[in-house]
Design a protein around this ligand. Structure first.
Ligand SMILES: NC(=O)N[C@@H](O)C(=O)O
Ligand code: NI
Length: 177
């Protein structure tokens, strides 16, 4: 059995804690605008979407749910574009990010979203791949669509951990679908 580092507890996702890594997308608080004859609140322009070359696209992901404890073996980043994950359900999902440390991921941080919350990862942010914890793992994804003929790895850098990290539920983080 491969050795693992200290277990990484999951923490509740807050906009403040996530700010260095990206945007927390939800409809807490008052909307920025009331539209549609007063029948709709618009939470306007809440994600720092950023693509270099290529174009911005909207895709749908159908991801297999994982379970905690979750074995984190790889973090990746997209140097040419941001990446937003918007759940098409009301289940929390696991978000793993890490600061950059001289071109490699630093200490990972694990967060659990509130039901319905989405995230936008800033361009170049080290992250674990999309990790739902409940079925259906359905998400809308806004990210960079590569131009024809671009090297598939131009916008993908992977770092495989020599020692995997076990991501565990924390006492304070109630897991509920
Ligand atoms: N590969 C892909 O489109 N998705 C990953 O970037 C991910 O972060 O899940
Ligand atoms: Ni990604």
């Amino acid at each position: 059995m491969t050795a693992t580092r200290d277990p990484l507890p999951v923490r509740p996702l807050t906009a403040q804690d996530f700010a260095p890594f990206g945007d927390l997308l939800d409809t807490t608080g008052a909307p920025d605008k009331i539209i549609n004859q007063g029948l709709c609140g618009r939470y306007h322009d809440r994600a720092r979407i950023d693509v270099d070359g290529g174009r911005t696209g909207l895709s749908l992901f159908d991801a297999q749910p994982r379970t905690l404890p979750y074995r984190l073996e790889m973090l990746e980043r997209h140097p040419l574009g941001s990446q937003a994950f918007l759940p098409l359900h009301q289940n929390p999902f696991l978000v793993i990010v890490a600061p950059d440390a001289n071109g490699r991921p630093g200490q990972p941080q694990a967060f659990l979203t509130e039901p319905g919350q989405g995230i936008n990862l800033l361009r170049g942010t080290w992250h674990g791949v999309l990790t739902p914890l409940f079925a259906p793992g359905l998400f809308a994804v806004v990210d960079r669509i590569a131009p024809e003929g671009e090297d598939p790895d131009a916008n993908l850098e992977e770092h495989w951990l020599t020692t995997p990290v076990e991501v565990v539920a924390a006492q304070a983080t109630a897991l509920r679908s």
